[in-house]
Design a binder for this molecule. Structure first.
Ligand code: HEC
Length: 117
C-alpha cells in the first residue's frame, strides 16, 4: 500500500500530539500523588479502603459528574471544615499544604486526580 506524503505527515503529527498529551497527564498524576504523599492523606483515606475518612474511590463515585463536585472538594481541602473521625471525635480536616503555599492550581490538580479514580 502506498501512503501519500501528506497522510503520513498527518499521522506523524497525530501520534506526536497524542504522546505529548499523555505525557502531560502522567506528570499531573505524579504531582497529585506526590502532594498526597507529602500531606499524608492516605493515613486516613485508602484508595479503595475506608479508614477514618472514606476511600478516594468512594469520594470519586460520589462527586463524579456533579457540576460543583470539583469546587466542593477544592473548598473541602482548603477551608478546614469540621469532620467526624471513625471514633466519633471531631477535628478540622487537614488543609492541603503546597509549595508555594495556597497554590490553588495544585489543589485543583489533586482534586481532578481523585475524581478520576
Ligand atoms: C486525620 C485524618 C484525615 C487526614 C489526614 C485527611 N483526611 Fe480527608 N477526611 C477525613 C474525614 C474523617 C473526612 C470526612 C468523612 C465524612 O464526613 O464523611 C474526610 C473527608 C475528605 C474528603 C471529602 C469527602 C466528601 O465526601 O465530602 C476528601 C476529598 C478528603 N477528605 C481528601 C483528603 C486529602 C486529599 C487529604 C490529604 C491532604 C486528606 N483528606 C487528609 C479524614 C482525614
Amino acid at each position: 500500500m502506498k501512503f501519500s506524503k501528506s497522510l503520513v505527515s498527518a499521522l506523524v503529527a497525530g501520534v506526536a500530539a497524542a504522546s505529548f498529551a499523555s505525557g502531560v497527564m502522567a506528570q499531573e498524576v505524579d504531582a497529585a500523588k506526590d502532594l498526597m504523599k507529602q500531606n499524608k492523606c492516605t493515613q486516613c483515606h485508602g484508595m479503595d479502603k475506608d479508614k477514618d475518612g472514606p476511600s478516594f474511590k468512594k469520594t470519586a463515585a460520589k462527586y463524579k459528574g456533579k457540576a460543583d463536585g470539583e469546587a466542593t472538594l477544592v473548598k473541602h481541602l482548603t477551608s478546614a471544615p469540621k469532620v467526624k473521625l471513625a471514633d466519633g471525635s471531631e477535628e478540622e480536616h487537614k488543609v492541603v499544604k503546597t509549595t508555594p503555599p495556597n497554590d490553588k492550581a495544585q489543589v485543583t490538580n489533586l482534586v481532578k486526580y481523585i475524581l478520576s479514580l
